[in-house]
Every structure is written in structure tokens, then in C-alpha cells.
Ligand binder design. Sequence first.
Ligand code: 6PG
Length: 243
Amino acid sequence: MKGTLVVYRDPEELADRFADQLMEWIAESSGKRFDLAISGGSTPNLLFAALASKYAGSKNWSQTHFWWVDERMVPADDPESNFGVAWKMLLSKINIPAQNIHRIKGECNPYQEASGYASQIREEVAMKDGWPRFDLILLGIGDDGHTASIFPNQMELIYNEHICEVATHPASHQQRVTLTGITLNSAARICFLVTGSNKSERLSEIWLGQEKGQCLPAYHIHPVGGELLWITDQQASQLITIL
Ligand code: 6PG
């Protein structure tokens, strides 16, 4: 599996150290806009808390543009909303201009919103070879090996020709808008944030390139012309680091 594995002691150390790394990358872009796409789920929450507590007043936020990798099609005040969680835990606590926040409107029609969000990305994010090149995309891995809202039963979203598409959660049938695989793989840098022993099997299947791993959406995500980092804790990487 391509990429670099980084192992921290636990989720708390990962959040604290990766918050510093993220702010360094933003600072390195020396004043140019930094387009960051974030995922939902629970893993990013510790990172959000670390960023809010350590960097609330940073001047870096004025150049940082937040986008979402995917969104559940629910109103922003729904506990399921990826934007809602990021707003509560981070965005409402930092000094960031409102126009730098580009949420997927979960309260709208999914198909119209997928099209509108793609247009906004095309207008604002630097393009390379016809695809948006996010400076950094933060991804997670579900227990089933999904990433973004690309689920194992919707692998066609990996090579879909649109910037984003409507997806459906296989169990809850909840509709989502998600960036597609080619969009993800067009990023300058992708970091998978993976913590907890419940992710260790999926991570090792993917990292070791096992047959089971090759059937998982996350296995097919690696930037074509960029950097891939697996930011993990000891529990999640326990089946890799013993080798
Ligand atoms: C979502 C996320 C999803 C998430 C994984 C991991 O909207 O749910 O984008 O892809 O990253 O499911 O979720 P946890 O961090 O909760 O394990």
C-alpha cells in the first residue's frame, strides 16, 4: 500500500500533534488560500477540540477554506450533520471568515446540492487536469472499509466522472453527498486519520494490500500526484507494526 504510516500513542496524542502539523502546512502555504476538505464521523472530533483550544486566534484561518468530503442530507442542526459537529466543536470557536466555510447544504435536495457544491468547488478550488486539487483532504475509514461516503456496495463512485455524487448508506439508506474517488485522488495531500482497535483489521488489510483490502473503497484512495499519510494510533496500527 502506498503512503507513509505515522503512529501515535493514542487518539489524544494524535489529535494534539496532528493539530500542530496541520497548522504548519497551512503556514507553509505562506498566505495563499489553503483548501481543506474534512470528513465527518467521530475520529476528527478530538482534532477539532485540539485546534479550537490551541489555535483559536491563529491568523492562519483567514487563508483557510473549509470544505466537506461528504455530508449526511440532514439539516445543519441535526446531530448527524458533519457540518453541525464541525461548527460546534471548531468553526464557532476560531477566528475564520464566514465566506471561508463551504458547507454541503444537507437540508436541500441531494441531487441539486451535489451539482451546486461541485460548481462551487470548480469556481473556487485550484484545478489540475480538469479536477479540483484540494491542498489537504482528511479522511476516515469506516468499520466496513468505506471512506468519505463511498461504501463497499457503491465502488463505482471511486471512478465516477463527477466531482461529487449522491450516495446512500447501505444500512440506514440515509442519502449523502460525497466527493468521488477521482476528486479525492486529485488532492495534493490526503491524510487518513485512523484510531482504535476496531479499525486495525481494515487498516492492515488495506496497508498490506491483501485481497480483502483491495475490495475496500479506502484501498483505492491515494493521490495521483500527491502525498498519502496514514495518521494512526497504536491500537489501529497494531496488526501492521508487529510485522
Ligand atoms: C462520515 C465520514 C466517514 C467517516 C468514517 C469513519 O460522514 O461518516 O465521512 O467516512 O470518516 O465512517 O468514521 P469514525 O471516525 O466515526 O470512525
